[in-house]
Design a protein around this ligand. Structure first.
Ligand code: SF4
Length: 424
């Protein structure tokens, strides 16, 4: 979908959930925030200072000039460049993407462009890391703005997960460095990380018999894990873990929360021995805004409305909706609807607006009346895209994301297990 400057669907920051969205992204770069390094802190990331880096000239360019530069650079770089745009990315950026999708779809889409030397990922930090893990040797992955992190990914850092793992191994009476299956042929616990996590945590899973999941395949991944272990440690998103395990029949009382700020995650040993799924205390700040009151209101105001929400939403919201699914499932749900249908969606506003524009013969709206885009995706502005592309034309690679080789190898192990885990 290519949009002209005047066609754009604007997110009106003044009416949004976050006053930061009324500011230019480069004003935020020098402020505490998310992105590389932020996940050194636990539950709520501590301030990380990150100097702004977008040259002043790009901050002052008009939309038209930025548009002209991006289009010209794309043309000049041709097949040597591939631009990826996440579903939640603003339209002013997505219009330049060669592929639009979720993080894993995009990392795989880049693989179809073997001749591309540069993969510019218009998403957030963990997505660019995943693209680098899967990229062929020699391809360079660029994140236009290094301050574009993911608040959820930053809620589980490697040190906190390692510490939790040692505590759990002590409770289950095993050596963290040499965990063996018991007489039943099962491990005491397997780590499962959501795709929305740092490369360090994907590598942790690779090293410890664990696996990665997406919101599309979380049930198949949990089945895979339960065939091999008595329980899983699921991070960073408690909601995806809870919603998926509940749908598989795991009782809520066997899904204790693990709060890394408390001894034994805030649990006692007996609870940990009974547990089937240990849920890390993490969440998506966009999806946790959806409520059952919004669903009630949508049903009252739009009789016959069909409601679909993302599984990163809290459990009562998922339970009250007609359906829950990944971004891809939401797209398919809308595609399968009929002209004249009314659909309320519980996911990020840029994606909802794009679906509404794509299906003008249906009434499609976001469940949350307050406009709440992903505020870290918002940090990718056309100014950053123009700057990194101009850099490539001048032979300079700005903001390359490089996952260390050993970490990438272990992370690939966990990703390969995910690809092999098929639903029953
Ligand atoms: S929508 Fe939520 S999970 Fe996705 S990148 Fe933004 S903060 Fe992270």
């Amino acid at each position: 979908m290519k949009l002209s400057v005047t066609d754009r669907i604007e997110v009106r920051p003044a009416q949004s959930c976050d006053t930061d969205l009324a500011r230019a992204p480069w004003d935020l770069d020098a402020m505490p925030g998310y992105g590389p390094g932020a996940s050194r802190a636990d539950v709520i990331p501590e301030p990380v200072s990150r100097p702004g880096q977008l040259p002043q000239a790009y901050r002052e360019m008009s939309e038209e000039e930025l548009h002209g530069r991006i289009v010209a650079a794309k043309e000049a770089l041709g097949e040597r460049l591939v631009i990826l745009g996440h579903f939640y990315q603003r339209d002013e950026v997505v219009q330049y993407a060669d592929f639009v999708g979720d993080s894993f779809q995009l990392a795989n889409a880049a693989l179809t462009r073997d001749q591309a030397e540069w993969i510019v990922f218009c998403g957030v930090h963990f997505m660019a890391e995943t693209a680098d893990i899967l990229a062929r040797e020699g391809q360079q992955v660029i994140l236009p703005n290094l301050a574009a992190g993911c608040s959820m990914a930053d809620m589980a850092d490697e040190d906190s997960v390692e510490a939790a793992w040692e505590d759990l191994c002590a409770v289950y009476g095993v050596d963290p460095g040499a965990i063996e299956p018991d007489a039943e042929g099962k491990l005491p616990v397997i780590p499962v990380t959501y795709m929305n996590s740092s490369a360090a945590l994907k590598a942790f899973c690779g090293r410890n018999n664990g696996i990665v999941c997406t919101s599309s395949n979380a049930a198949a991944v949990l089945e895979w894990a339960f065939e091999r272990a008595h329980r899983v440690l699921f991070f960073p998103d408690q909601h995806l873990g809870r919603n998926t395990a509940k749908a598989m029949g795991v009782p809520l009382e066997q899904m204790p929360m693990w709060n890394p700020r408390q001894p034994l995650g805030g649990n006692n040993e007996a609870d940990l021995l009974e547990a089937k799924v240990l849920l890390w205390h993490g969440f998506c700040s966009v999806h946790r805004r959806f409520t059952t009151a919004q669903i009630d209101q949508a049903r009252a105001e739009h009789p016959g409305v069909k409601i679909i929400v993302h599984p990163e939403c809290p459990m009562p919201v998922v339970d009250a909706a007609d359906a829950a699914g990944s971004t891809d499932a939401i797209k398919k749900f809308v595609a399968a609807s009929e002209p004249g249908d009314t659909i309320a969606i519980g996911t990020e506003i840029n994606m909802v607006n794009r679906l509404a524009a794509e299906y003008p013969d249906r009434t499609i709206f976001c469940l949350d009346p307050v406009i709440c885009p992903c505020s870290t995706m918002y940090r990718i502005h056309p100014g950053y895209l123009a700057w990194v592309l101009d850099g490539l034309l001048e032979g300079e690679v700005h903001n390359q994301i490089t996952v260390p080789q050993t970490q990438a190898r272990d992370a690939r192990t966990a990703l390969e297990r995910m690809l092999a885990a098929k639903p029953r």
